[in-house]
Design a protein around this ligand. Structure first.
Ligand code: SF4
Ligand code: SF4
Length: 107
């Protein structure tokens, strides 16, 4: 009985984690899994200082995409992103936060 409980304690979180990863991959947002939220992109984004707190910045876009809250972030001002690509150049992992907004824009 105890073994079954311990197995469930391991398998259930793994199943939830696996489902979250599959959901991101199906959405075409697998790059957000690599974002370590280091904020290096924030210093390069011209809109972070220009727009102030209304604009979540590239890190905020990645965090919102990771949490499935991209639509809300877009309504909050994330669509002001100009696709300049400076965040991608600053990212040590070469991630492109602006690409996360492309799906919303196409809609
Ligand atoms: S997108 Fe890149 S630079 Fe920006 S927070 Fe994520 S890992 Fe860091
Ligand atoms: S592509 Fe968008 S988020 Fe990235 S630096 Fe340019 S304006 Fe900022």
């Amino acid at each position: 009985m105890a073994e079954a409980f311990y197995a469930a304690c391991i398998l259930f979180p793994m199943a939830v984690l696996g489902w979250l990863v599959v959901r991101l991959v199906l959405r075409g947002s697998s790059q957000v899994l690599l974002c370590m939220e280091c904020e290096q992109c924030m210093g390069r984004c011209p809109l972070v200082t220009r727009k102030g707190p209304d604009f979540p910045g590239p890190r905020g876009i990645m965090v919102a995409a990771k949490a499935g809250r991209l639509q809300k972030a877009a309504e909050g001002g994330a669509l002001a992103c100009t696709n300049c690509g400076l965040c991608e150049k600053a990212c040590p992992r070469g991630l492109a936060p602006y690409q996360e907004l492309e799906v919303l824009r196409r809609k």
